[in-house]
Design a protein around this ligand. Sequence first.
Ligand SMILES: O=C[C@H](O)[C@H](O)COP(=O)(O)O
Ligand SMILES: C=C(OP(=O)(O)O)C(=O)O
Length: 345
Amino acid sequence: MIVIAGVQTPEEHIHAIVETIEKEGLQAHVSRGSDRTIIGLIGSVEPKLAEHLRQMKGVENVVKISKSYKLASRDFHPENTVISINGVNIGGGELVIMGGPCAVESATQIDEIAALVKAAGAQVLRGGAFKPRTGPYSFQGTGVEGLIMMAEAGKKHDLLTITEVMTPEYVDICAEYADILQVGTRNMQNFDLLRKLGTCGKPVLLKRGFSSTYDEFLNAAEYILAGGNPNVMLCERGIRTFETYTRNTLDLSAIPVLQQLSHLPVISDPSHGTGRRELVVPMTKASVAAGADGLIIEMHTDPDNSMTGDGVQSLFPDQFADLLKDLELLAPAVGKTFHTPSTVS
Ligand SMILES: O=C[C@H](O)[C@H](O)COP(=O)(O)O
Ligand SMILES: C=C(OP(=O)(O)O)C(=O)O
């Protein structure tokens, strides 16, 4: 249920509404927008309370919300969530590019790639230290050492960093070294992990499970939000369909749909979404055209020898740089800003 109050409603009336809700043992979440204030109720609302709230000063309407997720929904929070990290605003009109290798392989590798990511104009360095591999004998990542290597590269090249965390036990150490924590597709419904991320103090990029509906995806995000972490971004990374030509089917509709249903920033991953290098460039551009707030793109200096199988979906550095130059032209056409270093004075 949400209580809608006018934008001019005095603060004391909003306080009184919140107090009334909390007295009934429910939670109240206040979201102040440009044209109205929304007070979202979490918990089971008795019809008597709804009626009482309707009569209170400043209340314009009381509306029942039938969705199972609340905090993630646009009904509860009509304005876009903007996640600000060291001057980078995700979800606020600036196109945010996260680039880098599938896995952190060595200090030299991540340092070289970080330099190229920065030179191309991206704001975030990606790289997995803990890799979720299909086969137990495949390279599993460089672990904590990889986290340290990536943190150093990020600091040296003035880039934010994003890395995947696979278990609740590793959340604290990943949060110590990375700016953004990534939940991989295979862990979208790892509820213990999601709960732990609710209290980790760092923004989270939640990837859509490869067989998950939008509703399941938003409920997974709700776990993190309900734990007290408001900084969640949603990432469409392709779903499993009958098509085998591509590794996954990048669901472009997810971008506008999630933006309609939710206020959280939406990021697209055309690398995992296609699994084919030659499709990454067009699907990146298609994602921007569809309204994505950001992209996470794999790039490698020596993709043929990458330690995971992801070389085939990784761009070469010059392709990555050329793509970002094209995004500089495309972004304004969809109301976003993005600048490569060559055009920043
Ligand atoms: O390693 C990275 C891959 O993107 C993914 O996590 C798993 O791939 P795999 O099926 O080759 O192990
Ligand atoms: C493993 C990754 O992605 P996904 O969880 O989407 O497969 C990744 O981005 O490194």
